[in-house]
Design a binder for this molecule. Structure first.
Ligand code: FAD
Ligand code: UDP
Length: 381
């Protein structure tokens, strides 16, 4: 009998399994339907011997000292600050839109305060900012919105930015200085030997047994366990009782080129041309030295593995129905990007998993101090 069955060996499942096993001494069975650990952060060496991310580029960044120090138990780091260019009108521009972007696009020589005035003169003020279109046009106006955001968003999500929550485009800020880093978080670094190695160290614990190529639905009645942590899609867990939650998928096309460098920065976005959204060259991200170079192109699509929850009001409403079902089940915890139906970055998932592991430990203590194991516990929220 296992104390815990943890479904999904991505960040959510692996962090919880590690905490339960090493801190609380629990016996954990961790399963994943894929043939590897790491979830969407999984990386591996391709045929040329170049470290690539199987499910698209994963750049680690966080403002949380707790998350960074927790993960630092399992990996050393290589400092890395991601820089992105956008290919617009046949030229490359820095993204997020900043002082250099505007000066280059319009042949100007503005300073920061003049750029403030420039944006103010272009902005279309929106009273209540609700959508991804609102958030951009309200700040920088329609012309820059159409060059950098509209086409990319339609390609990425299969819908107009006016149909998506503001939080989606708000991930990419606008700056009036010349800071051209994609992220400004306090901690920006890549696991020195890759994500998969970090996961291997996290899960190397005699209390954790791992079963790959194992779908929860196929084994749920064959394995005995006391509590469940589920990190797959929440609608799938409930057999789509209220209908399917929409997720956006991607197809990844990998290429290796027989030259050292392919493009001038880690990622180049193509908002208005081609069917792919961006090209990422892995060696920038990982720091690997190699005479060849490998890239990934991302082609958005509707069907396929669920990669992105789609943040829009009707989907949140549907998710809330599943969430209400979930909170009515005892001894079962829903954690991670798919089970929470939230557009979480890796660090947010780690933070959520650490919080859930603490909550589980507390409930466990309470149930023991009550003297009745398995007593029905009021949920601690
Ligand atoms: P996942 O990694 O999806 O893990 C869930 C696991 O559950 C999967 O391995 C799946 O196989 C398994 N599973 C599902 N259902 C079942 C079942 N029924 N039975 C058994 N197993 C099951 N975040 C960043 O911070 N920085 C980035 O640069 C970044 N880039 C990204 C790029 C792309 C293209 C994508 C898609 C995501 C990116 N993310 C990035 C987000 C990041 O991938 C997630 O935040 C994180 O990996 C989520 O971890 P998770 O454990 O919640 O989910
Ligand atoms: N976005 C855009 N143009 C870009 C980059 C991003 O319009 O060149 C919008 C788009 O809607 C995208 C969102 O901002 O989905 C978030 O971008 P991010 O780079 O954070 O996406 P992720 O890395 O999560 O795919």
């Amino acid at each position: 009998m296992f104390d815990f069955l943890v479904v999904g060996a991505g960040f959510a499942g692996s962090v919880i399994a590690e905490r339960l096993a090493s801190q609380a001494g629990k016996k954990v069975l961790l399963i994943d339907k894929r043939n590897h650990i790491g979830g969407n952060a999984y990386d591996h060496y391709d045929e040329a011997g170049i470290l690539v991310h199987k499910y698209g580029p994963h750049i680690f960044h966080t403002n949380s000292a707790d998350v960074f120090s927790y993960l630092s138990q399992f990996t050393d780091w290589r400092n890395y600050q991601h820089r992105v260019l956008a290919s617009v009108d046949g030229q490359y521009f820095q993204l997020p839109v900043n002082l250099n972007t505007v000066n280059k696009m319009y042949g100007l020589n503005l300073n920061s305060s003049a750029l403030d005035d420039f944006f103010a003169s272009k902005a279309e003020p929106v009273k209540e900012i609700r959508t991804s279109e609102d958030v951009v046009v309200n700040k920088i106006g329609r012309e820059l919105y159409e060059k950098f955001f509209k086409g990319y968003t339609i390609k990425q999500w299969g819908m107009d930015p006016s149909a998506l929550n503001a939080s989606v485009a708000a991930r990419v800020p606008t700056r009036t200085n010349k800071d051209d880093r994609y992220f400004t978080d306090t901690y920006q670094a890549m696991p020195l030997h890759g994500y998969t190695k970090m996961f291997e160290r996290m899960l190397n614990n005699p209390n954790i047994k791992i079963m790959l190529n194992t779908d929860y639905k196929e084994i749920m009645n064959e394995i005995s366990y006391k509590k469940l942590v589920f990190t797959g899609p929440i609608d799938e867990y409930f057999d789509y009782r209220y209908g399917k939650l929409p997720y956006r998928s991607l197809e990844f096309k990998f290429e290796t080129h027989d030259k050292e460098v392919f493009q001038q920065t880690g990622t180049i976005n193509y908002p208005n041309d081609y069917a792919f959204t961006r090209i990422t060259e892995f060696k920038y991200v990982t720091g690997q030295q190699h005479s060849k170079t490998s890239l990934v192109y991302e082609f958005p699509k509707a069907e396929g593995d669920p990669y992105y929850p789609i943040p829009k009001p009707s989907n949140t409403e549907l998710y809330e129905k599943y969430s209400a079902l979930a909170s009515g089940i005892k001894n079962t915890y829903f954690v991670g990007r798919l089970a929470s139906y939230k557009y979480y970055n890796m660090d947010q998932v780690v933070a959520q998993a650490l919080t859930t592991a603490k909550k589980i430990a507390l409930e466990d203590q309470l149930s023991h101090s009550n003297g009745h194991q398995g007593i029905a516990l009021k949920r601690l929220n």
